[in-house]
Structures are given as C-alpha cells and as structure tokens.
Write a protein of this length. Structure first.
Length: 186
C-alpha cells in the first residue's frame, strides 16, 4: 500500500496530469475504444501522455514530449527558445511561454514545430489517434494547420492517425482524475 493510501486509509490513484487527461479521453472522449493513442497538451509548457496496448504510458520516469528535439531552422527562426534546460526543444520553441517571448509570434511557425513534434511521436509510438489540447490550441486555425502539415512532413511514409482536439475540452484532466480514483477502488 502506498504512503498516501496508508496515511489516508483509502485507495489512491496517482499519475501525471497529462496521463489523467488521456485517461479521461479514453474513458469518455476522443480516445474511447482505442488501445494506443497519445494526448499532447500545449500550454505554458508542452506535455504528453497516452496509452500503448491499453496501458497508460510509463517508463523510467514519465514521458517528456515537450523536451524532444525538433529541427530548428535558425535562418527562418533566430529565436533561441525559452527552455532553461535545452533552449530550443519543442517546449522551448512552441509552448505558450515561447510564443509570449517571441517578438512576432506566428501561427504558421507554431504549427510547424508542433507538427514536427507530432510526427516524432507518430514515428516512435504509432498511435491510433493523436489528441492535442491545452490553452495554446484554442488559437483559431492552429489545429487545422497541424493537421495539414503532418502529412506533408510524413511524405507518404507513415499510415497517419487522426489528429484531433480533445472531445472533453478543458475537462479532460479532471474527468481523468475521477477515472484514476474509480480504478483505484475497483
């Protein structure tokens, strides 16, 4: 029994915020019925979670989608990035904080970086669906730009999954936390 469960005297479910959102989408939303999918959140930072073979993604620690390296054309984009660890990782170039720090934020540049990140995730995990949520994704037209750019970057090599917004919107994390609690007592 975990320390929390022992102290509280009740079963406890514990996971990352993005895995909770993924779990909510799996139970009630855009990933219902799927065994393998990813949920990427683009807000202050960039996070990722999801399922592979019906199990939430875990490993040595937790998935760090935001810190993957993506091609950075410094001629087109001289911005050095905001990540205190990597500078120009995906989060450093495309998070909400990165967009705020840019002199002239561009939806097309944002979509380019996010599409590169999504393609990396597709390359490694081969998900049945990619769900992209978070506050930055409320920018009108951004999801459509990503949906168009990923197939161009894939160049016909991959069978591409649907790339969609979360069906549960901003409630995915809270509903996923409820599902974690349900699973803890099941």
């Amino acid at each position: 029994m975990s320390t929390f469960a022992s102290a509280l005297g009740v079963p406890v479910g514990f996971d990352t915020d993005v895995n909770a959102a993924a779990l909510g989408e799996h139970r009630w939303g855009a990933a219902a019925g799927l065994g393998t999918f990813v949920y990427i959140t683009v807000g202050t930072g960039i996070g990722g979670g999801g399922m592979a073979g019906g199990s939430l993604l875990h490993g040595l620690s937790h998935p760090e989608f935001g810190h993957m390296r993506v091609p950075h054309d410094r001629g087109r984009d001289p911005f050095s990035g905001v990540c205190p660890y990597h500078g120009d990782c995906l989060e450093g170039l495309a998070s909400g904080e990165a967009m705020k720090a840019r002199a002239e934020p561009s939806a097309e540049l944002e979509a380019e970086y996010l599409a590169l990140g999504v393609l990396n995730v597709i390359s490694v995990l081969s998900p049945q669906r990619v769900i992209i949520g978070g506050g930055v994704m409320n920018e009108p037209g951004l999801l459509g730009l990503i949906q168009r750019r990923v197939p161009e970057l894939a160049a016909g090599y991959f069978v591409l999954p649907d790339i969609v917004a979360p069906a549960l919107g901003g409630r995915a994390g809270v509903l996923g936390a409820l599902e974690l609690a349900r699973l803890a007592i099941a």
